[in-house]
Design a protein around this ligand. Structure first.
Ligand code: WT7
Length: 637
């Protein structure tokens, strides 16, 4: 594969960016021309941010899997598509060539059809990081089913909420998943979730851990048995379903400032073009390089930069089942060494945690294959940036700090590795096609450099969300109503004297814990479900490794009870309701919360207290009960 639209130097970047602004339709049509379409578009872009209504490549027909698989078979059939590294380093790794991956996706597409899955049906996928997860995702795309992947760390309740919202008819899961020393009983969690999900008619269970599972007659079938059946049928072909460019490809749930996660909807054509374009340009991927993204496919990073971006580019993508610290903190470096990884894409939280183990796990690992490093998910502090640069990249691999969101589908602001300038802590410059703008509280544009504001985007890009599943009004109010004619990211941002962007963090009630997005309202709802809890308020505070930690202020009923035990019970409740990722790090029992006279909790004050900024709480005189602030300050953890 060659990438005619891969930018090669700073001048080309500048020209491309200019072109994308003066003639967006021409710019994206040139890129889209390099894909395989069953039918080309009538119009490149139709849009308004008012409703919003955004359509890219209208009238075009395609199937993304023909771009990720079929079109590579002639030239890359024997090239590794997926290199899978198991949790246990003693277990053998697996390599799937493009031909093998194609065959497996076709087989499983037929399994889905045999189980009644049709175009437009919603399929929930809850699996660990094994090749079958990528196969399941691609097989859904092949038959035109809409996948909704749920991260393995979510609870039964969270899965049930997502399945009900999407009205999924089929679930694909595993008996269990290996992660570090743990064996997570995925099927058992699904069984709990499905008690509240009448829409689900079938469950396909893939064997991984051999954890005992209960298989419900008439509902649950084994992946392996279903594959055998397709083989008995003589492995019939699995023609890809013809999709409209604007048909939904997938739903991915993400947290916001309300209690209920929303289903971000991405469509086939624009998402494909954008995931591919940003992959090739940000990482400057070269044919036959080995690319390793450490994210989980349960998050958008895994969708765009383990599966769709790399595979549509004919790349070799490493899929790792385990965690960075198992069996020891040298695991990433062992994998880089073992497969001669060229491009490594990981999260600041992982870097900070590995930094804490010193250089022992890094020394004597051959990292000389690395040409490019990437980070994503949260702001990276300078110390971690330099450690990554010096100790991992040995000072010679460029770092691309990529800012984007579940909603954006792909990377938005980032250095093009080695081509545009990098700056520690900065996502730097927008990719071609992206028009960032900073606004003040009233939505007025903040022009010039050396300024701070709320980050918005003023023109559509192909990878942007189209709606939130089943509730378009929610999409409008969340992203397009705060500021007229702008997409609002929810992030605060600095544009420095050179015009480089630095994301400073969320300006809404959304936390970023270890790169995972968690709504404070969601955690509060979960805490409030615990018997004896009257009310709670959750805020973030700076955490050395996780970036942000979760600090909960909780009012309980006046009873004689063991408060330490109550804390544990609350943590257990949150784990049950949302999942272990949302467990509060600190719980402070209080007798009241700082509220305005109208009853609104003053989070600003709680945030300051959690951050330890006790002298700088601002005006507290308008509070209903100013005395409560003093009590909370005294009891701070
Ligand atoms: C939020 C999106 C899409 C990647 C995975 C997270 C924060 C993301 C950066 C970065 C500073 C970042 C933002 C954003 N974020 N990347 N490079 N520098 N902050 O996706 O769960 O949708 O979260 O993550 O706050 O809004 P997500």
């Amino acid at each position: 594969m060659s990438y005619p639209y891969q930018l090669k130097n700073f001048e080309e970047y500048q020209q491309a960016w200019q072109h994308s602004v003066t003639d967006p339709e021409g710019f994206w049509a040139d890129v889209a021309d390099h894909f395989y379409w069953r039918r080309k578009w009538d119009k490149v872009l139709e849009w308004n941010f008012k409703e919003p209504d955004v359509k890219w490549f209208t009238g075009a027909k395609l199937n993304i899997t023909e771009n990720c698989l079929d079109r590579h078979l002639g030239t890359l059939g024997n090239q590794p598509a997926i290199i899978w590294e198991p949790n246990d380093p003693e277990e053998r790794h697996r390599i799937l060539t493009y031909r093998e991956l194609y065959n497996k996706v076709c087989q499983f597409a037929n399994v889905l059809k045999n189980n009644g899955v049709k175009k437009g049906d919603r399929v929930c996928i809850y699996m660990g990081m094994i090749p079958e997860l990528a196969i399941a995702v691609l097989a859904c795309a092949r038959v035109g089913a809409i996948h909704s992947v749920v991260f393995g760390g979510f609870s039964a309740q969270s899965i049930a909420d997502r399945i009900q919202d999407a009205q999924a008819s089929l679930v694909i899961t595993c008996d269990g998943a290996f992660r570090g020393g743990k064996d997570i009983p995925l099927k058992s969690v699904i069984d709990d979730a499905l008690m509240a999900c009448p829409s689900v008619k079938k469950v396909i269970v893939c064997t991984r851990t051999r954890t005992p599972v209960s298989m419900l007659k008439g509902r649950d079938v084994w992946w392996e048995d279903e594959i055998k059946q397709v083989e008995t049928m003589g492995n019939p072909p699995a023609p890809a379903e013809e999709m409209d460019a604007e048909d939904t490809l997938f739903i991915l749930y993400t947290s916001g400032s309300t209690g209920k996660p929303k289903g971000v909807v991405h469509t086939c054509g624009g998402y494909m073009v954008y995931a591919n374009y940003t992959f090739i340009n940000t990482f400057q991927y070269k044919p036959r390089q080995v690319y390793f993204c450490t994210a989980d496919i349960g998050w958008i990073t895994g969708h765009s930069y383990i599966v769709y971006g790399p595979l549509s580019a004919g790349a070799t993508t490493v899929l790792f089942e385990g965690i960075p610290t198992y069996p020891d903190a040298g695991r990433f470096w062992d994998i880089v060494d073992k497969f001669r990884v060229n491009v490594l894409y990981t999260a600041p939280t992982a870097i900070r945690s590995l930094m804490g183990f010193g250089l022992g796990p890094v020394n004597h690992k051959d990292l000389s294959s690395l040409t490019t490093l990437g980070t994503v998910g949260e702001p990276i502090n300078e110390e971690a940036w330099h450690w990554y640069k010096d100790q991992i990249g040995k000072g010679k691999a460029p770092i691309t700090d990529t800012w984007w969101q579940t909603e954006t589908g792909g990377i938005m602001i980032a250095p093009l590795a080695g081509i545009t300038k990098e700056k520690p802590g900065y996502a730097t410059l927008p990719l071609p096609g992206i028009q960032p703008i900073l606004v003040d509280e009233n939505g007025n544009e903040i022009e010039g450099n050396g300024v701070n504001g709320n980050l918005c985007i003023k023109f559509p890009w192909p990878g942007m969300l189209r709606t939130t599943y089943g509730d378009h009004e929610r999409c409008r109010t969340t992203y397009f109503a705060t500021y007229e004619n702008l997409y609002f990211t929810g992030d605060g941002c600095l544009r420095d004297e050179d015009g480089y962007y630095r994301i400073t963090g969320r300006v809404d009630d959304v936390l970023n814990v270890s790169g995972h997005r968690i709504g404070t309202a969601e955690v509060e709802n979960a805490i409030n479900m615990h018997a004896g809890v009257v009310e709670s308020a959750v805020v973030g505070y700076p955490h050395d490794i996780k970036g942000q930690g979760i600090y909960a202020f909780v009012i309980t009923e006046k009873k004689h009870h063991d408060l330490e035990l109550t804390k544990k019970d609350i943590i257990q409740t949150v784990s049950r309701i949302i999942g272990p990722i949302a467990k509060p790090d600190k719980i402070q029992f209080v007798s009241g919360l700082p509220k305005t006279r109208s009853g609104k909790i003053m989070r600003r004050i709680l945030r300051k207290i959690a951050e330890g900024e006790l002298d700088n709480l601002g005006d507290t005189s308008t509070l209903l009960d100013p005395a409560v602030v003093e009590e909370i300050k005294q009891g701070r953890l």
